[in-house]
Design a protein around this ligand. Structure first.
Ligand code: F6R
Length: 260
């Protein structure tokens, strides 16, 4: 696991560099897309590069991490709509090449199984962008999630609903109680994991993710078992890391050619 500690603007540039390098190498690469606040600066940077440097998504495929269950199709916080607004419609990404789990399906279990099949049929995810919840979730794998889980329905914790109330006019009761989410096993199948976290409220979750024991109580700790995981954090999110000096020293000494 590589830990990079840098100002938030630099983190977004680093993540965008990794996405751009992948797309320039393989135009039809498969990207895993997170929602929430953490990836927004990355999407801004990718949209800027699309406009300025003709970075193209026209052959790329995208798979979202998760989706709320039951939000109306036109709800602005439905993750499908968020991804369309924040990235897909700002670049040349054909709508039918970006998919998410169907939180409005009549048969939610079948929708989850379909989603797993679609990811496999695309050849798996090359680069998965991730954020982390204050309770250590990635995607919506809340504490107690099986480390081997696949896409399925989950109940959101009260803490996650409180954290996300800011997207629902600060009314926690408007935040859905259920979601469909890629499982931890699904995420671990991606070839490169790039997690972004900023702010002191993420510091404990980041400490557990990088330095805690691997445990379903802090689901993101499963990333310690991944062969290519990159953790991009600002000073505040890094403030509880015990080996911060070592991570800085390692990154400073890293050869330029290595990339993330
Ligand atoms: C969203 C997702 C979640 C968020 C996490 C952090 O698709 O998968 O795991 O990444 O809740 O959210 P923010 O970035 O809003 O702090």
């Amino acid at each position: 696991m590589e830990v990079v500690i840098a100002p938030a603007e630099e983190l977004a540039v680093l993540a965008a560099d990794a996405v751009e390098a992948l797309l320039r190498r393989r135009a039809d690469a498969v990207l895993g897309l997170a929602t929430g606040s953490s990836p927004l600066a990355v999407y801004d940077e990718l949209a800027r590069r699309h406009a300025a440097d003709a970075l193209s998504f026209d052959q790329a495929r995208g798979f979202m991490l998760d989706e709320y269950v039951g939000l109306p199709a036109d709800h602005p916080e439905r993750y499908r709509n968020v991804i369309a607004t924040e990235i897909a419609e700002r670049v040349d990404w054909p709508a039918d090449q970006v998919r998410g789990p169907d939180g409005l399906a009549e048969d939610l279990a079948a929708a989850c199984a379909d989603y797993e099949r679609a990811i496999a049929a695309a050849g798996g995810i090359d680069l998965q962008i991730l954020g982390i919840g204050t309770d250590g979730h990635i995607a919506f794998n809340e504490p107690g999630s099986s480390l081997a889980s696949r896409t399925r329905i989950k109940t959101l914790t009260r803490q996650t609903r409180i954290d996300n109330a800011r997207f629902f006019g600060d009314d926690v009761d408007l935040v859905p109680t259920h979601c469909l989410t890629q499982g931890l096993g699904t995420i671990m199948d991606a070839r490169h994991l790039v997690l972004l976290a900023t702010g002191r409220h993420k510091a404990e979750a980041v400490h557990q993710l990088v330095e805690g024991p691997v445990s379903a109580m802090w689901p993101a700790t499963v990333m310690q078992l991944h062969p290519h995981a990159t953790v991009l954090v600002d000073e505040a999110a890094a403030s509880r890391l015990q080996l911060a000096a070592y991570y800085r020293q390692t990154y400073d000494a890293k050869p330029d050619w290595q990339g993330l």
